[in-house]
Design a protein around this ligand. Structure first.
Ligand code: ZN
Length: 283
């Protein structure tokens, strides 16, 4: 499932074709994805200008000049790709509409934005821009890990007295928004903290050390265009390549990459998800 770096990469890829541009035609090709689309979605999008394209956690929000925002969630297998040449006045070459192309936005600049989702766990909704933070998908989200509200004091306070494993605490979207399984495994390896350790039993200094590591791992992953494991693609159709920088994720049985450790990467199931870690250097 795309996590924050993948969603941010897609947002950055869409921005040049969408921000400041008007939707000349919206083609909504089925009534729903994970949930039904909002009523009259195509009509509400057609003619609207995208004032800005932003991200909250794993959601992309296109703020429109109609006072509404289009919320986009890629789900498990959702892709948003751009075709056509936004600068070419007469060339509007687009690939043939494919089987799982569910929503197509033709922009006035000639670009076409296609939402393709084979498994249909993705979602789109229209909401009042002014009340976006009250939307059920956004209302309970904690601070953005790359934003100013996420800092050492926040994380130390959130972990205090918490009896759940640190892995679950970092996946808790109320504590920090946008982290998923892959990046939590990678963060905990770099911090030398076992995913099994109870959050409330880690010293405040070690908890605080997670903050810069989280920022570093996410920023490196964004620079690499995200991680492509199964379905994820950037907006131009290219793969991300941060999966080549994985130190533990998917490396069960491999030698620990920490110099001088000599341990072996292990996989354990936690809350139905795989945690990868080195039992020798992650304590
Ligand atoms: Zn190790």
């Amino acid at each position: 499932m795309p996590e924050l770096p993948e969603v941010e990469t897609v947002r950055r890829g869409l921005e040049p074709s969408m921000a400041g541009e008007r939707v000349s035609r919206a083609d909504v090709r089925r009534p729903d994805l994970r949930w039904p689309f909002p009523p009259n979605m195509a009509e509400r999008l057609t003619g609207a200008r995208v004032e800005r394209l932003r991200r909250r956690s794993k959601y992309i929000l296109a703020d429109l000049d109609t006072g509404e925002s289009l919320l986009i969630h890629l789900g498990m297998s959702g892709r948003m790709t751009v075709s056509g040449d936004p600068l070419g006045q007469f060339v509007h070459e687009h690939p043939q509409i494919a089987k799982h192309d569910h929503v197509i936005l033709d922009m006035e600049n000639g670009a076409r934005v296609t939402f393709n989702d084979a498994r249909r766990f993705g979602a789109m909704d229209l909401l009042d821009t002014a009340r976006a933070e009250e939307h059920p998908l956004l209302a309970k989200l904690g601070p953005e890990p790359l934003g100013n509200r996420f800092d050492e004091d926040h994380l130390v306070a959130a972990f205090e007295g918490r009896n759940t494993p640190v892995k679950s605490a970092l996946l808790d979207q109320r504590i920090v928004a946008g982290l998923g399984n892959i990046y939590v495994c990678e963060v905990l390896f770099r911090a030398g903290i076992s995913p099994l350790r109870k959050a409330g039993q880690i010293s405040p200094a070690r908890v605080a050390s997670l903050v810069p590591i989280i920022r570093y791992v996410l920023n490196e992953a964004i620079k690499a265009g995200g991680s492509s494991l199964k379905d994820y693609r950037q907006a131009d159709g290219e793969l991300g390549y941060f999966q080549h920088n994985f130190r533990v994720y998917g490396r069960e049985g491999g030698a620990c990459s920490r110099e001088g450790c000599g341990g072996t990467v292990k996989r354990v199931a936690q809350s139905g998800r795989s945690s990868f870690y080195c039992p020798r250097c992650q304590r």
